[in-house]
Design a binder for this molecule. Structure first.
Ligand code: ZN
Length: 462
């Protein structure tokens, strides 16, 4: 532990200038956040002309019924326009809030409110919760029209929306309620660690983050998700038999097999698994079951079990721990830095003794460029995992020595095509746009790879 702390203090000494130099952090954050937004807009502009193509890629031509390709192009076009406008709108809002000292205002307003209830400025944790609450609520309100437009105009126009206004409001209130009920104790624990451990907070905070993530793995499916959707045991029948047999052969610790009423909100479809290492749950969208044949859904699950087989969720969690560790290791230099708070319009007495939560949020904004790079790398890793899981499905016949699985690649390909066509997903994708935004390879890339995996397998055998 001491070795860790000596290394961490070395980093802090490198960054010691943050605590003394009057750097124009506001200008820095403004420039980088605008740079990211403009780059994302540029990507949309690169992608946009592809929505005017009249024909799908040759390999997909036969799968689009009359008019379906045109529909998917017009859906993509509308989504791109919306993304462009909403991206710039959100950036303008953020930029205004940043420029006119919204963060400092939220902190002092929180303080004034609490003073009315008899809580003085020495109650840092309570004031921090009030601060985050004000910040979160006031910045969520101006983006509400975007959400309403996206659900009731955009998705509605293309036939996906199943959300009623009542459900929309209920979801929103539930979401905010949960954010508060889960967020406030988490924030209190987070800040207590700083008060208690001082500058030696890194290992303790890591422990808190890992415990919180594990807690969410348990709480989310059992308490939170049922507030939004109904999970019911998958009914008896061919699909259930197939999936249970597949899980059994792979020794996948299947505890529950659910069908989820995804169709309550939208007709987009999917399947996933979650849970602790010894008790996993599989969830299949009712829309996927309606749209695909049992043997195709089985192939989608074979792909999902590939993720499990290669420990992809665990690997992603390890990477995210490393990411959190890096952020925390850099943070102490920003924790006691009056010039940082002064740059964001905090009054001198507050800046002299920076509240931890304020320092942490400002520090997060400074990390914007780093986070953009991290997200590109995460997408690249995730795409690699997708190939691996697809190959797993193709090679399942050898692993399980089961002739009946010889066409698993074909079935997966058919399921992916159905998913894509029914969801009107974009089939023509600009490579740079895809590298930046997509955690999954494009459909054409995946179909080609599935053929490749099959061919490589056949070659190995002959
Ligand atoms: Zn996958």
């Amino acid at each position: 532990m001491d070795l860790l702390h000596t290394q961490l203090s070395k980093i802090q000494r490198q960054l010691a200038f943050v605590a003394v130099d009057p750097i124009d952090w506001k200008l820095y954050v403004q420039s980088f956040s605008w740079a990211v937004t403009l780059f994302e807009s540029y990507l949309l502009i690169r992608q946009y002309p592809l929505y005017s193509k009249k024909e799908p890629p040759a390999s997909l031509k036969e799968h689009f019924g009359p008019g379906v390709f045109e529909k998917s192009q017009s859906y993509g076009k509308d989504k791109a326009k919306f993304a462009l406008v909403s991206g710039i709108y959100k950036q303008i809002l953020d930029s205004i809030m940043l420029q006119y000292g919204f963060y400092a205002w939220s902190w002092t307003t929180g303080g004034k409110l609490l003073a009315q209830f008899g809580y003085g400025p020495d109650h840092e944790i309570i004031q921090s919760i009030a601060f985050v609450f004000i910040l979160f609520t006031l910045s969520a309100i101006p983006t509400l029209p975007l959400q309403i437009y996206s659900t009731f105009v955009l998705e509605e126009k293309h036939g996906f929306n199943k959300t009623t206004p009542g459900l929309f409001v209920a979801d929103l209130l539930k979401g905010w309620g949960i954010a508060f009920v889960v967020g406030a104790p988490f924030l209190a624990a987070f800040l207590s660690i700083f008060q208690w451990a001082g500058d030696r907070f890194v290992p303790w905070l890591m422990a808190l983050m890992i415990s919180f993530q594990l807690l969410m793995v348990i709480i989310y499916p059992t308490i939170i998700q049922p507030l939004f959707n109904k999970l019911s045991p998958l009914r008896q029948g061919e699909l259930r038999v197939r999936i249970e047999a597949l899980a059994g052969k792979l020794k996948f610790p299947l505890k529950h097999l659910y069908e989820i009423d995804g169709s309550k909100r939208s007709s987009h479809s999917n399947a996933y698994f979650f849970g602790l290492p010894w008790a996993k749950h599989i969830v299949i969208f009712d829309t996927l079951i309606q749209q695909s044949k049992p043997e195709e859904v089985e192939a989608v699950l074979a792909h999902e079990l590939g993720h499990w087989y290669y420990l992809h969720p665990t690997k992603l969690m390890a990477i995210s721990q490393f990411h959190i560790f890096t952020i925390l290791a850099l943070f102490p230099a920003f924790l006691h830095a009056p010039p940082l708070l002064r740059a964001f319009d905090f009054p001198k007495p507050i800046a002299a003794q920076p509240p931890t939560i304020v320092a942490f949020l400002l520090f997060q904004m400074i990390l914007t460029p780093l986070e953009a790079v991290v997200s590109i790398c995460m997408n690249a890793i995730s795409r690699n995992f997708e190939w691996q899981a697809d190959r797993f499905a193709v090679e399942l016949q050898d692993q399980l020595e089961d002739e009946k699985m010889a066409d698993m690649g074909d079935r997966l390909g058919r399921a992916l095509i159905t998913l894509h066509v029914k969801n009107l997903s974009t089939v023509w994708v600009d490579w740079l746009y895809s590298a930046y935004h997509h955690s999954h390879p494009t459909l054409t890339e995946r179909l080609k790879a599935l053929e490749g995996f099959q061919a490589a397998r056949n070659k190995k055998l002959t």
